[in-house]
Design a protein around this ligand. Structure first.
Ligand SMILES: *Cc1c(COP(=O)(O)O)cnc(C)c1O
Length: 400
């Protein structure tokens, strides 16, 4: 059976170059980067080289990079760290974020709310893009942080972070962006308005369990944990040297290959979408008219249960997902699709394909072949879709 992996937004395979760079630090070069002896110094040098490479990917300075255990920790450190360090004239603090953030951001903000911080969740339109004017309107004199993701993990839609950064700067408010999905796929820079930016190694062909937070020079940040003086007192704990080396090499590869890779993958993604729309009736692309990551495609198939479709495709060797990997298994439909105005029915009928470095034209053609066959079979069994088969109009009325 052919095996096709189209779930790169959940995680990416480790690049062979990354594995090769990590290997010595999993074997002979096992030193603690804080030790004075030669083992320690070699580990320290490797960590600092990785820091340079991550900084270069973002157009930042090495001293502005904090290594963490991944995207979730970076988001939490940014949000909890800045809000706890912030001082306001009044005693209430306020945070502006959006309804389409990853749970690593949403739940961190919810945790702050339980401690008395106020929060505004700006909606995204049906396009899957947040309007910067809505962000501006949400700012109050108590606002200490704006957190808006760069690219959405379910839709791939790219948020106008330069503009939001300018607004944040004009109002003297710190701005954090979760760039976990965009880093390494499209150009991600620590633009002037961005104070904090999160990324994760395993979303860009690096290892799991390691990430970074960019924190612009002079950004006050309270650590989440207490211990040693690692990472300039902002993130204690013995460094994950092999992981950090892997992230550094992954960042270097992204900088070298990212641009070419993106245009190649965009062509494959467009081919996938065009052919689905041509071959499968009553299918539509979510966020398709907005600026998007070249790798992501969120597609609804009227009358189909998305989870059933994912399972049926898996049985034919194709891996995709119903949305965010961390929410699958929950019965609630995606908060992102709800936030862009999709009904429960529509959200349930949606699946996500996400392409990556090793995706080939053959992978896409095999997926197209299997997909039309599976969708037709599922629909022929679906009472919801029975009357609608081949009839666009009645399918649309069923959606409502
Ligand atoms: C995957 C992801 C995260 C979490 O990163 P981990 O390294 O898996 O903790 C955060 N934000 C977004 C947008 C993601 O896609």
């Amino acid at each position: 059976m052919q095996r096709v992996y189209l779930d790169h937004n959940a995680t990416t395979p480790l690049a062979p170059e990354v594995f090769k760079a990590m290997e010595p630090y999993l074997t002979g070069e096992f030193g603690n980067a804080s030790s004075i002896h030669a083992w320690g110094q070699r580990a320290k040098a490797a960590v600092e080289e990785a820091r340079e490479n991550v900084a270069r990917l973002l157009g930042a300075q090495a001293s502005e990079i904090i290594f963490t255990s991944g995207g979730t920790e970076s988001d939490n450190l940014a949000i909890l760290g800045i809000v706890e360090a912030a001082r306001t004239r009044s005693c209430t603090k306020h945070v502006v974020t959006t309804a389409i953030e990853h749970h690593a951001v949403l739940y961190a903000v919810k945790a702050l709310e339980r401690q008395g911080v106020r929060a505004t969740y700006v909606p995204a339109g049906s396009s899957g893009v947040v309007d910067p004017l809505d962000i501006r309107r949400a700012i109050t004199p108590d606002t200490v942080l704006i957190s808006v993701m760069h690219a959405n993990n379910e839709l791939g839609t790219i948020q106008p972070i330069e503009e939001i950064g300018r607004i944040a700067r004009d109002h003297g408010v710190a701005f954090h962006t979760d760039a976990v999905q965009s880093a390494g796929k499209i150009r991600v820079t620590a633009a002037p308005g961005v104070r904090l930016l999160s990324l994760s190694a395993h979303k860009l062909y690096g290892p799991k369990g390691v990430g970074a937070l960019y924190a612009r020079k002079g950004t006050p940040l309270r650590p989440l944990m207490y211990g040693g003086h690692h990472e300039r007192d902002r993130r204690p704990g013995t460094e994950n040297v092999p992981g950090i080396v892997g992230l550094g090499r992954a960042a270097e590869l992204a900088l070298e290959q990212g641009h070419e890779e993106a245009s190649h993958l965009e062509k494959l993604r467009d081919h996938l979408e065009e052919q689905i729309l041509r071959r499968v009736p009553c299918a539509y692309v979510n966020g398709g008219a907005s600026p998007r990551l070249p790798t992501t495609s969120s597609i609804s198939f009227t009358g189909i249960d998305g989870e059933g479709l994912v399972i049926a495709l898996d049985m034919r060797g194709i891996a995709c997902s119903t949305g965010a990997a961390c929410s699958s298994g929950s019965l609630e439909p995606s908060h992102v699709l709800a936030a862009i105005g999709k009904s429960r029915e529509e959200a349930r009928s949606t699946i996500r394909f996400s392409l990556g470095r090793t995706t080939t034209r053959e992978d896409i053609d095999y997926t197209l072949e299997v997909l039309s066959e599976v969708v037709n079979r599922l629909r022929s069994l679906s009472p919801n879709y029975k009357e609608a088969t081949g009839d666009q109009l009645s399918a649309i009325s069923i959606q409502k």
